[in-house]
Design a protein around this ligand. Structure first.
Ligand SMILES: *[C@@H]1O[C@H](CO)[C@@H](O)[C@H](O)[C@H]1NC(C)=O
Ligand SMILES: *[C@@H]1O[C@H](CO)[C@@H](O)[C@H](O)[C@H]1NC(C)=O
Ligand SMILES: *[C@@H]1O[C@H](CO)[C@@H](O)[C@H](O)[C@H]1NC(C)=O
Ligand SMILES: *[C@@H]1O[C@H](CO)[C@@H](O)[C@H](O)[C@H]1NC(C)=O
Ligand SMILES: *[C@@H]1O[C@H](CO)[C@@H](O)[C@H](O)[C@H]1NC(C)=O
Ligand SMILES: *[C@@H]1O[C@H](CO)[C@@H](O)[C@H](O)[C@H]1NC(C)=O
Length: 471
């Protein structure tokens, strides 16, 4: 382990989902590693539990969408009622972010206001990371649009419409019917700051229709030349090592072990950090590692912006509609997504539902605090959440429209999931064995209002399917 003793920075990366590079965003630990290691004076170690699967078609083939699920590339965490949480276990991957950037700023301390965690501040970095390929004439004819001013062209993360983009008539019809049925307007570019719209979205793919994951964007181009960045796959971080147990805790390194699907390593190695330890292990491993490291109640960081243990796990409802014999005019993948807001979902019930939200926040915060959080912090977060939903009309659900799932090209499926649920999950390690999975309670619909949103969203979806020109 001579190599490790030279490292000044240890970092662990697991991204929460591996294949959904299908939305803009999706930066993770490898992004940080890539940026930090640009400075030759900084040594970076990335520890990843999964393998390096860049050559696996389940990872690089954009038409193999979802085939990695329930395979060794997936953690497959069990949760209550026999649910399985799919979560990427492979180098790189990426997570899609449904963040409401300006709301982050409202949760910061006044002394932190200068960090610029808002839309304007983030746009600069999003553009910097991006290499967007404007749509071709053929893609424009199929409905692709973009606003050049919000797209970057010099960064490492590629974004493009696929060469096989579906033409129609089913994608444009979904856009038109969503507008007709709900009033959600069409926007040319989802990345322009107001996502309450329906549009064709580019994908995080490069020009050869390969996913531009954080590993492909940041590691692949430099791994032969950048000697100050070491990536250790198939190793599991077993705990963070602290300099003492007095507050404030200072991390001095991480302990880790070999981890493959046939080996739980018994030897513990330690990487000493000369500078810092960055934990970017996703919504499930991050709280697990913190708990394994002696931080039992993570509520001390509850004022941080959506720390992982406060993040809800999204619910995904699928609505399928048969259809046969229409010309899809392309090979995909899909682009059409609608993001209706509270008022578009609840229609004439909006006033009553808005009053219910206003009157319930304290109760909801108290009820979710039972899942191990601070009621005060949750109330602050829920108020910010209610404000963006009711005042800023942020989207409540995402309707991800799909032509041709695995079964048949001319079938139509729409996934509907909530972007801002109030229910909070509970996660606890069950033993000090780092290889054992934590006990996860996803708590879908624990706040009953979330069920109302799901039902109203599905009702709107049915209305869209019944509205011309889609019908
Ligand atoms: C496919 O879509 C393109 C762009 O809209 C159009 O020019 C072409 O005629 C379509 N092809 C078929 C077979 O419908
Ligand atoms: C072990 O994992 C590798 C990928 O890392 C996979 O190719 C292999 O099939 C897995 N073996 C079993 C028995 O699950
Ligand atoms: C809302 O509109 C629906 C029809 O779209 C109607 O059935 C229902 O009675 C209306 N509710 C109220 C409270 O006006
Ligand atoms: C690794 O440890 C976990 C938890 O103790 C256990 O469930 C699993 O079977 C072990 N795997 C191997 C390959 O020994
Ligand atoms: C909500 O979550 C709590 C804590 O996990 C649980 O005890 C309770 O049964 C849940 N209630 C519902 C309605 O799901
Ligand atoms: C919108 O829907 C209405 C009622 O379902 C229908 O009569 C109308 O033709 C549709 N408008 C367009 C532009 O398709």
């Amino acid at each position: 382990m001579a190599l490790l003793s030279r490292l000044s920075l240890a970092l662990r990366v697991v991204c929460i989902s591996f294949r959904n590079g299908y939305s803009s965003g999706g930066t993770g630990g490898l992004t940080v590693a890539g940026r930090l290691s640009e400075d030759p004076a900084v040594s970076v170690l990335v520890i990843e539990a999964g393998a390096d699967d860049r050559d696996n078609p389940a990872i690089f083939d954009i038409y193999e969408f979802t085939v990695a699920e329930n395979t060794p590339l997936d953690w497959q965490y069990p949760a209550e009622n026999w649910r399985i949480i799919n979560s990427g276990k492979t180098l790189g991957g990426c997570s899609s972010i449904n963040a409401q950037y300006d709301t982050w700023a409202t949760l910061l301390e006044p002394s932190e206001a200068h960090v610029g965690w808002n839309w304007n501040g983030m746009l600069h970095y999003m553009r910097k990371s991006e290499n967007f390929m404007p749509p071709t004439a053929d893609q424009i004819a199929k409905g692709a649009q973009s606003i050049p001013a919000v797209q970057g062209s010099l960064g490492p993360v590629h974004s493009a419409f696929s060469y096989g983009m579906y033409g129609g008539p089913q994608q444009p019809a979904f856009l038109a019917s969503a507008t007709n049925a709900s009033g959600v307007v069409h926007c040319p570019d989802l990345s322009a700051g107001n996502p309450n719209c329906v549009t064709m979205n580019p994908l995080s793919i490069n020009y050869n229709d390969r996913p531009s994951s954080s590993v492909e964007a940041y590691l692949t181009p430099v791994e032969k030349t950048r000697k100050n960045w070491v990536t250790l796959t198939q190793h599991l971080v077993t705990r963070i090592v602290w300099t003492g147990m007095k507050s404030p805790l200072v991390a001095s390194g991480v302990e880790f072990a070999t981890y493959t699907n046939t080996t739980n390593g018994t030897t513990r190695f330690t990487a000493h950090a000369r500078r810092e330890v960055i934990v970017a292990a996703g919504a499930i491993r991050t709280p697990s590692v913190l708990q394994l490291s002696g931080i039992e109640q993570v509520s001390s960081i509850a004022n941080d912006l959506a720390p992982p243990e406060l993040k809800p796990i999204q619910t995904n409802t699928i609505m399928a509609a048969g259809g046969t014999g229409f010309p899809v005019n392309g090979t995909g993948p899909n682009n059409a997504i609608a993001y209706p807001n509270f008022f578009q979902i609840f229609g004439n019930a909006s006033d009553a539902k808005a009053a219910e939200v206003g009157n319930s926040i304290k109760t909801w915060a108290a009820s979710q605090a039972a899942n191990g959080h601070s009621a005060t912090a949750l109330e602050t977060i829920f108020r910010a959440q209610a404000d963006i939903v009711l005042k800023d009309k942020a989207p409540m659900v995402e309707m991800f429209y799909i032509t041709g799932p695995d079964v048949a090209v001319d079938q139509i499926v729409t996934n509907l999931w909530q972007l801002l649920p109030f229910s909070r999950r509970r996660l606890e390690i069950v033993s000090t064995d780092p290889f054992e999975y934590p006990n996860i309670r996803v708590n879908y619909f624990n706040v009953s209002f979330d069920m109302d949103v799901q039902v109203a969203g599905l009702q709107l979806l049915r209305k869209i399917f019944r509205t011309p020109p889609f019908r």
